[in-house]
Design a protein around this ligand. Structure first.
Ligand SMILES: [Zn+2]
Length: 368
């Protein structure tokens, strides 16, 4: 019997795996950071055994509430992921499962690997609507990749959608898959109308280094990209530096920054209410978007979310606030759950890749 995580996005330290009912594990922190919560590992040689896997340092992770009422995901083929019984006592997270096959994977949420990212980019590039650009390289040497959908022209607005600043929030890239799929569907009238009004700039993965390293929240330099927008560093946060530079060239009329929230079992949107230039008109735009989205997709809701920042107190180092203030446009942070959508629960799968893709399609329609 063996536990391994020496693959892309893998994260676990194996303390003991001598007996199936006493597998002891710990999550590794992001490099040069204390952030940790993402786990992803493979168990081999335990087919039909009742396995009890205990993550001993679960009480020390970045978002401890994220493990309350949470169920880990498992997969035999890394394509279909399902939830398995999981308990948290405030210190340890215990995953119980009797795998029916010799090889089984467990993760915090359905992983979105760099190989999947490559396929997503390559599929998109087959469309005549798409142009591809690498904006630069990350500290680990990955490309920072931008897809432009549609062509700029007189009267066209500019929409930016970025995902996965926090690499462990893989739901953000599953969402991107749905977004790109709809935009490139030539039979889709919503996409057609949107593309007649907007050029889309899409960054499906803002943080490939953190994704490859199996990080929760930071890049290769241990930096939280969503706290770097006010003064990005060419050396330590080049991911934000080059994207912000490109935004200056294109302008921004609409921005969506896609994330996952560890603790809250809801889909919700956080706005930029705390920026100095906030106004009643901008509040109406934000409320209007959220209202339309909730009507289009009952898995989205407007009741639960983050506390709203006090007037003028918004943190401008965050993407949404920075963009809202700097470009004076509607900028929003979309959060999806790691757990389930408690207002529309589906316990077998919890929140899932398919539901992420579906929500993305609704987000585009709400935009229209
Ligand atoms: Zn996030």
């Amino acid at each position: 019997m063996k536990i391994s995580s020496d693959f892309t996005s893998g994260n676990i330290h194996c303390i003991a795996a001598a007996a199936p009912d006493n597998i002891r594990l710990s999550i590794l922190p992001d490099h040069d950071s204390k952030e940790m919560q993402w786990f992803y590992f493979c168990l081999t040689g335990a087919a039909n055994a009742s396995c009890r896997m205990v993550i001993e340092n679960a009480g020390q992770v970045s978002y401890v509430d994220g493990f309350r009422d949470y169920h880990a995901v498992a997969s035999y083929d890394q394509d279909t992921w399902f939830r398995v019984p999981t308990d948290f006592d405030g210190e340890s997270l215990t995953i119980r499962h009797q795998p029916t096959r010799d090889e089984v994977y467990y993760a915090y949420f359905a992983p979105y690997t760099l190989a999947q990212h490559r396929q997503l980019i390559n599929r998109a590039r087959e469309s005549s609507l798409v142009s591809y650009q690498s904006l630069g390289k990350t500290p680990d040497g990955h490309e920072i990749e931008l897809l432009t959908v549609g062509e700029a022209g007189a009267g066209k607005k500019t929409a930016w959608i970025i995902a996965r600043q926090h690499p462990g929030e893989t739901m953000a890239e599953w969402w991107m898959e749905g977004c790109i799929g709809r935009l490139l569907d030539s039979d889709d009238s919503v996409a057609g109308k949107l593309l007649s009004q907007y050029v889309f700039y899409l960054v499906p993965n803002m943080n490939p280094d953190g994704s490859a390293r199996g990080h929760l929240r930071t890049n290769a330099c241990g930096r939280d990209l969503n706290r770097a927008w006010l003064e990005p560093s060419e050396a330590a946060t080049p991911e934000v530096f080059v994207v912000r530079q490109k935004m200056q060239q294109t302008g921004v009329d609409f921005c969506l920054d896609v994330h996952g929230d560890e603790a809250l079992p809801y889909n919700f949107i956080a706005g930029a209410e705390g920026v100095p230039d906030w106004s009643p008109t901008r509040q109406q735009e934000l409320d209007g978007y959220r209202h339309h989205l909730a009507e289009l997709n009952p898995e989205f809701q407007t009741r639960y979310g983050y506390p709203v920042a006090a007037p003028g107190q918004g943190n401008l180092s965050m993407c949404t606030n920075y963009i809202a203030q700097h470009f004076g446009c509607l900028a929003m942070t979309l959060e999806m759950p790691f757990k389930d959508a408690a207002n529309a629960p589906e316990p077998q799968q919890g929140w899932s890749p398919a539901r992420c893709r579906k929500l993305a399609r609704s987000c585009l329609e709400a935009m229209l």
